[in-house]
Structures are given as structure tokens and as C-alpha cells.
Design a protein around this ligand. Sequence first.
Ligand code: FEO
Length: 171
Amino acid sequence: MINGKIETALNLQIKKEEFSSRLYLSMAVWCEVSGYPGAARFLYQHAEEERLHMLKIVRFVNERGGKAELYAMEEPASEFSSLLDVFTQVLSHEEFITQSINELYGLTVEEKDYATGTFLQWFINEQMEEENLMRTILDKIKLVGDDKAGMFHIDKELEEMSTGTSSNGTA
Ligand code: FEO
């Protein structure tokens, strides 16, 4: 059974993962209508991944005798100035999520809830991978600058990095 403090903190993390999913969906939409089909596909897929992160925590809270809550949330941004702007925001959002997971992990240590701590290990590793991936993409975009051919190439690369769900939502 999880204690109330941990339950509330996990529920807040559910909200953050759900918001991440909506934010990346919104970014995918912008990319799709702005001539970046590869980036759109990549972000549609990433939105799905965030939904899976959310579900993972939902199931965990319920299985531990708590109850997952779905909180109201603010609208994600829908206008971006460039692909550089999009991925700058993706990286800073992932850094925010990493910090949130770290704080959550700290709370489990404080509360001696080692089961939840072990559960969070997966998220700690996932955040490290996601931050690295987004940093690599952002570095490439920065390197290309205003070069149209370079940007076209990056978009193609993002398309190739996407597996599974395609931009039109089909597998
Ligand atoms: Fe679930 Fe990308 O944080």
C-alpha cells in the first residue's frame, strides 16, 4: 500500500506525463502543417510514448492500493517559430521531467518506499536516454542553421528515427 504523500506525488507525475504527450502532439501538428513531415512523425510517436509513461504510472498507483487521478491541465503551446524552437522546448521540457522524476525518487527514499523507488528506476534511465536523444537532435539542428538542404536532411533523419506509429496515426 502506498502512503498518501507518494500517491499524490505519483498522481502529479501522471499529469506531467499526460501533459508531455499533449505538448508533443501539439508540436507534431505544427511540424506537419509547416513542412516537416519527418519531425511530425517523430513527435507523433513521442506523444504516444509519453502516453505509455502515463499509463505505466496509472497502473502502478492502482496496483499498489492507491487510485490514479486525472487532473485538469493547461493547453499546450501550439505556435512555434521554427524547428529549432520546437526542439529547444522539447529538451527543456525533458529536463523539467527529469528533475520531477528525481524529486519523486528523493521522496521515496525519505518515505522509505523502496518499491516505488525501484519502479522509478525505469523512468530515471528513460529520462537519461530521452535527454541524450533530444540533445543530439538539437545539436544537429543548430549546426545546420538556415541551410534549407540541411534542414531537409534532418527532417528525413527524424523520419528514419521514427518507428511504429506513423504521422497519420497508423502503424
Ligand atoms: Fe515521459 Fe519524456 O518523459
